[in-house]
Every structure is written in C-alpha cells, then in structure tokens.
Ligand binder design. Structure first.
Ligand SMILES: [Zn+2]
Length: 295
C-alpha cells in the first residue's frame, strides 16, 4: 500500500488521474510512473554495497518471479511451433552493454560498473522494452491471477478425460513465486479498470448482467504505425470461468478496441448470447474503425 507520485519526468503517463496512493489506484489508471518507481524500488535494493551489482542481483530476482508466471519459456501446449517469448536476464544486459567492463576486470569490486543501470531497463516496469509475450501466455497470466497464484499447463481440448476424470498430469499446479496475498490487492484494481469511474476498459463491462470482469488494458507503442491495442481479463472476478487476451494490431488505445472485443467474447461465453443492444459494438469490431467511433 505504498503511493508513488505520477511523476511525468520519469516516464509518460497516458492518463490524467487521482494520486496513485496504492497499487489498486495505479492499476485502475494504468499509471506508468507508479510502476516505474515500484520496479526501481524492487530491483535497486541494497544487497551488496555496489549499486551495479545490486541491480544485477535485483533484476535476476525479478526475472525469476516473472518467469514463475509461465513467461519467457514455452508453456508446453500440445501444438508444435509454440513460441517462448522473452524475459531478459541481467546477463542479457551484461552481454549487450559491458563489453569493456568484462575485458578490464576491476580489482576494486565495489567500484565495478556493469555498463547498464536502471535507466537502461526501466521500460520493463511497464511490460515493454525487451519483454516478449505470446497471446497464450498473456491469457495464462490472467488464469494465474484468477486462480490466485497458480496455473495449469494450457491444452487444446475437444473433451475432458473419461467420465470427467482428469489424468493426474493435467492436474499439476504451477505456483508463482509471489506472495499470494498480493492478488487480494491486484484483483480489485483490475475490476476498477473495467467498472470503476474513469477506468480504462469500461467497454468490457458486463455489469449489466451482474458479472464482474477483472482486466487490464495495454497500449503497445509501435514505431511503424498506430499503437497496438491489448486487453486481458478474466470473469467472473470471484468465481472465474474464462480468461482471455485480445491483441489488435494498430488498434490504438487498449480500452477502445481490444476491451470491447474481449467483453463481447466473455459475454457470449458466460451467457451463451450477446445482448441485442451490444449488436452495434459487434458491428464496430467486425467492420473496423473502432478508434474513430469510440473516442
Ligand atoms: Zn499516472
């Protein structure tokens, strides 16, 4: 429950919003400066007396936790050609930046600088930079949060087991390395994203049907054109039945394109149909140009 100012000198914040006094408010408003500062505090903790070594160690710990959510490696689904994505290690940055450091090992260990610092890697704090995720991994992270801290290896299935009995190998839980009490703070923040006042993904709301959706938008910067629009979610928040990730290339802001697409799919899955008054939204998604209509 630590607040960090929405300090735009550190990193741009897309949204104008209240003071991010805690994780809940920061998630709701997708506050980049908040996550910049949270990660900085986490990976630059004093551990060795040498800031460069501290960061090296801190990023290694960060990588391990992030990978415990099934990221950075293949999940092991049943189809070939699965991609593993990428979660960078401290050694990755050593290789890229510290050539001269490696060739001239300093005798004075406390003065040793590895050639990169937090400014080099801060994009990781908002899920950008060198991070690579597959759509399936993103949906699986949603399932992991929905389960409050574990996931099952995802499978493509036509049916499940004999007489509903699942073989043991499919029941193996993969637990994350993070404190499970954290999910108690993350999930209400994700519900605010969808149903809170000024939340960034209100078009994914299923509140009219008494269903709470927990989600998170993403706007992926794209140097080649319009930003990519992403939204990942699960529902119902307190009794999850579906986890989903939607990625719309060049769709712009995450809340305007991917969120309504995900909302409609969850509505169809959970209710078996889409409400008539959502037909217009379906048309927008089928025939395009969401950003123009919904801004
Ligand atoms: Zn902010």
């Amino acid at each position: 429950n630590t607040g960090f100012p929405c300090n735009q000198d550190l990193i741009h914040c897309t949204h104008r919003h209240e003071y991010p006094a805690n994780l809940n408010i920061a998630i709701k408003n997708s506050c980049n400066p908040y996550f910049y500062q949270v990660m900085r505090a986490a990976v630059t903790r004093r551990q060795t007396g040498n800031p460069s070594e501290d960061l090296h160690r801190g990023l290694g710990q960060w990588q391990k936790l992030v990978k415990s959510f099934g990221l950075g490696d293949k999940l092991g689904v049943d189809m070939g050609q699965e991609k593993g994505g990428f979660i960078p290690s401290p050694e990755f940055y050593d290789k890229r930046y510290n050539k001269q450091v490696a060739s001239r090992p300093s005798r004075n260990k406390s003065a040793r600088f590895r050639g990169w610092n937090y400014k080099t890697i801060y994009s990781l704090s908002i899920g950008q930079g060198e991070i690579g995720l597959t759509g399936l991994q993103t949906a699986n992270v949603m399932a992991t949060i929905a389960n409050r801290g574990f996931y099952y290896t995802p499978h493509f299935v036509r049916g499940i087991g004999k007489g509903g009995q699942l073989p043991a190998e499919f029941r193996q839980r993969h637990y994350t390395g993070v404190d499970t009490t954290l999910f108690k703070y993350v999930i209400p923040g994700m519900c605010e994203v969808v149903d809170g006042r000024g939340g960034t993904a209100r078009l994914a709301s299923l509140r009219d049907f008494g269903i709470a959706v927990a989600g998170k938008t993403g706007t992926v910067q794209n140097s080649h054109g319009y930003d990519h629009s992403t939204f990942a979610a699960f529902a119902p928040a307190n009794d999850p039945k579906i986890a989903i990730a939607v990625f719309i290339e060049n769709g712009g802001f995450g809340g305007s394109a991917a969120a309504p697409a995900a909302g409609l799919m969850m509505e169809k899955y959970l209710r078996g149909k889409v409400a008539r008054y959502h037909a217009r939204m379906e048309d927008w998604i089928k025939y395009g140009n969401l950003t123009v209509h919904l801004h």
